[in-house]
Design a protein around this ligand. Structure first.
Ligand code: NAP
Length: 283
């Protein structure tokens, strides 16, 4: 068997087109959906990511501002800036690019963002809303993974989903989203005793670890859906995921590639969240 590919580039293009369409409708009502991004310091990867976020936004008709601040900005000054943006009715989404410099308390910074503008979905109120099944902003990466499952018409009811990784931004919200769709969910982590014994039982596997070849063909049930969130570099410096793609695709039913899988979906879901923030503010 060779697995079907879930093409994140293709799906994200469709989602962006939908965002562009809804953005145009909002603009026709006089609302300009706007994302405000704050970048503190000069981390090269963060500079690239924030540029992409601005480009993605403007391409879909959303307004986006990138505010850069020096690495030695005080935490108090950043919090004051966020509070000012919270109070600005023309700003719908606020995103503080992570990681922040070490002298800042990341959680405190995130908690200062208004939950109504928390388009990254990292605020404790957003996490709580997901937990109890109320409307809120879902973190973009697991949200994108759910869209990938939806795109293949996969019914999660009664299926066993195994999530490898338990971070607050990927693994835990992923597990809650799968649970909300009536999957039976197992969460694995670095202290899981026999990972392969669990993944072999899974109908759906989401790998979100950050280590190459965490999931190999012998760990996958034939026909399973495999979603690879990981972003790593192989020996040649090429981007790769957590999954041994060439091996696992011989066993799985569906698989996401890296690159061209979850990455573009994460970018697309930020646009969806920003648009939704503007729609909700103007409902
Ligand atoms: P993280 O915070 O470092 O979490 C990694 C998780 O993997 C932890 O829960 C850890 O367990 C677990 N883990 C580590 N080694 C393991 C092992 N051998 N077996 C089972 N579990 C193990 O990372 P993250 O932020 O969730 O990100 C995970 C990966 O996804 C990274 O490669 C990141 O770059 C990538 N990512 C990609 C996107 C995208 O858009 N494509 C977005 C976000 C993240 P413990 O909790 O026990 O330490």
């Amino acid at each position: 068997m060779t697995a079907h590919l879930i093409d994140g580039n293709d799906l994200s293009r469709k989602i962006r087109a939908e965002v562009a369409h809804r953005t145009a409708a909002l603009k026709a009502r006089g609302v300009e959906p706007k994302l405000h991004i704050i970048l503190v310091g000069e981390d090269p990867a963060s500079q690239v990511y924030t540029k992409h976020k601005v480009k993605d936004s403007t391409e879909t008709g959303l307004q986006a501002t990138l505010e850069t601040c020096p690495a030695d900005l005080s935490e108090g000054a950043l919090l004051d800036r966020i509070r000012a943006l919270n109070a600005d009715p023309l700003v719908h989404g606020i995103l503080v690019q992570l990681p922040l410099p070490k002298h800042m308390d990341t959680q405190k910074v995130i908690e200062t963002i208004s939950p109504a503008k928390d388009v990254d979905g990292f605020h404790v109120a957003s996490a709580g809303a997901l937990m109890v099944g109320q409307p809120g902003f879902w973190p973009c990466t697991p949200y994108g993974c759910m869209k990938m499952l939806e795109s293949i018409g996969y019914d999660l009811r009664g299926k066993h989903a195994v999530v490898i990784g338990r971070s607050n931004i990927v693994g835990k919200p992923m597990a809650l989203m799968l649970l909300q769709k009536n999957a039976t969910v197992t969460i694995c982590h670095s202290a899981t005793a026999d990972l392969a014994a669990l993944t072999r039982q899974a109908d759906v596997i989401v790998a979100a670890v950050g280590k190459r070849n965490v999931l190999t063909a012998d760990m996958v049930k034939p026909g399973a859906v495999v979603i690879d969130v990981g972003m790593n570099r192989n020996d040649e410096g090429k981007l790769c995921g957590d999954v041994d793609f060439d091996g696992v695709r011989q066993v799985a039913g569906w698989i996401t590639p890296v690159p061209g899988g979850v990455g573009p979906m994460t970018r697309a879901m930020l646009l969806v969240n920003t648009l939704e923030a503007a729609e909700r503010a103007n409902a």
